[in-house]
Design a protein around this ligand. Structure first.
Ligand code: HMG
Ligand code: MG
Length: 305
C-alpha cells in the first residue's frame, strides 16, 4: 500500500501536554496556545479535560479555557470526558468532539479512572449516547495499547476487545495509544491491526508518546498501514499523571518535519508551529522538547547550542 498523501493531526498539547505540568499554567496561556496552534494551521485541537480537579488539578480551569477561545471555523475542538459528570460540565462549553478514555490494561484503567475496563464502558455508554444526541462527535482513547506501566506488554487481543466494546456503545473513532512510549514498530502495527478488526482505517488514529524515542518510527510503521490520523503535542509537551516517567507525545514539529519531508501534506505551517511551541516553552521556562523545533530555532539564531 502506498503511503497516505495527507495526514490529519490533532494537537493534544493543551490537554495531554499540560495536564501533568506541576507549575500553574494560567487559563490565558492555554488559550494563547490554542490560538497559536490554529494560526499555524491545526484543524483539530484537544483543548482540555472535564475530570476531577482532585485527580488532575491542572485541568480544573476547563470551562474558562473553553470559554476564552476565539473559535476559528473549520477547527474541531475536543475535550476529555470520563463520565456523566464530565459530560454535564462539558456540554455547555460546546465541544465539537468528546473523548472517552479507556485502557487495554486493567491496572491502568484502575489507576487512571478508578474503575475496571468493564465498568468504564458502562460509564461511557450514557455519555456517548448523550453526546451523539446533542450532535457532538465521540472519539475513544485506548490507553496502554502496547505496554502498561503496571502490567508490562499488552496483548493485541486486549486492544481488539476494547475496540469492540467501544464500537458497541457508539464510539465513532478510536486512538490507539502508546501511553508510556515504550512500543516499537512491529508492536505498534499489531495493536493497530487489532483495532482495525472493529474500526475502518479512516477512524483510527495513532497516539504515540516518545519516551523511548520510538514515536516517529512507530508513526512510519502506521503510515505503511494507511493510518493517516495522528495525535502529537506541540513542543513535545507532556506526560500522563498516572504513567510515571512517561514523557510527552511525539512533538508536532518533529512529525510535521518528517511528513513534509516525505511529501505528505498536513496543512500546517511549520514555522508558525515552531512559534506556538516557542510561546509555550518560554512561558514554562524551558526549551521546546522537539529536535526539529530546536534545529529551526537555531537556524533563526534564537537558541544557541
Ligand atoms: P472517582 O473518585 O472514582 O469518582 O474518580 P466518583 O464518581 O466516585 O466521584 C468522586 C468525586 O469526584 C466526587 O466529588 C465527584 O463529584 C467528583 P466529591 O463529592 O468527592 O466532592 N467527580 C468529578 N469532578 C469533576 N469532573 C468529573 C468528575 N467525576 C467525579 N468528571 C474519575 C473517577 C474518572 C472522575 C477520576 O478518576 C478522574 O478524574 N481521573 C482523571 C484521569 C485523567 O484525567 N487522566 C489523564 C488523562 S488520560 C491520558 O492522559 C491518556 C491519553 O492521553 C491516551 C494515552 O496516552 O494513553 C488520553
Ligand atoms: Mg496520552
Amino acid at each position: 500500500m502506498g503511503l497516505p498523501k495527507f495526514v490529519q493531526l490533532i494537537d493534544v498539547g493543551p490537554r495531554d501536554g499540560l495536564q501533568n505540568e506541576k507549575q500553574p499554567v494560567p487559563a490565558e496561556v492555554k488559550i494563547g496556545l490554542v490560538h497559536r496552534l490554529q494560526q499555524a494551521g491545526l484543524t483539530e485541537i484537544e483543548v482540555t479535560s472535564f475530570v476531577s480537579p482532585k485527580w488532575v488539578p491542572q485541568m480544573a480551569d476547563a470551562p474558562a479555557v473553553m470559554a476564552g477561545i476565539e473559535r476559528q471555523s473549520g477547527v474541531r475542538y475536543s475535550v476529555l470526558v470520563p463520565n456523566m459528570k464530565g459530560w454535564e460540565g462539558a456540554v455547555g462549553c460546546k465541544p465539537d468532539e468528546i473523548v472517552v478514555f479507556g485502557a487495554a490494561s486493567e491496572l491502568f484503567s484502575q489507576k487512571n479512572i478508578n474503575c475496571s475496563i468493564t465498568e468504564s464502558i458502562e460509564r461511557f455508554a450514557p455519555v456517548v449516547q448523550a453526546a451523539l444526541e446533542a450532535g457532538v462527535r465521540v472519539r475513544g482513547a485506548i490507553s496502554c495499547a502496547m505496554a502498561c506501566p503496571y502490567e508490562g506488554d499488552v496483548a493485541p487481543e486486549r486492544v481488539q476487545l476494547v475496540a469492540r466494546l467501544m464500537r458497541q456503545i457508539g464510539v465513532q473513532r478510536v486512538d490507539v495509544a502508546d501511553t508510556i512510549g515504550a512500543a516499537t514498530p512491529r508492536q505498534t502495527q499489531a495493536a493497530l491491526e487489532a483495532a482495525l478488526k472493529h474500526y475502518a482505517v479512516d477512524d483510527i488514529s495513532g497516539h504515540f508518546h516518545d519516551t523511548y524515542g520510538q514515536a516517529l518510527a512507530n508513526t512510519y510503521a502506521a503510515l505503511e498501514m494507511g493510518i493517516w490520523n495522528y495525535q502529537s503535542s506541540v513542543a513535545g509537551l507532556g506526560g500522563c499523571p498516572y504513567a510515571r516517567g512517561a514523557t510527552g507525545n511525539v512533538a508536532t514539529e518533529d512529525l510535521v518535519y518528517m511528513l513534509h519531508g516525505m511529501g505528505i501534506e498536513t496543512g500546517i505551517n511549520l514555522e508558525r508551529l515552531v512559534d506556538a511551541g516557542q510561546y509555550i516553552s518560554q512561558t514554562l521556562g524551558r526549551e521546546p522538547n522537539s529536535r526539529a523545533a530546536r534545529a529551526l530555532l537555531n537556524r533563526r539564531g534564537v537558541v544557541h547550542a
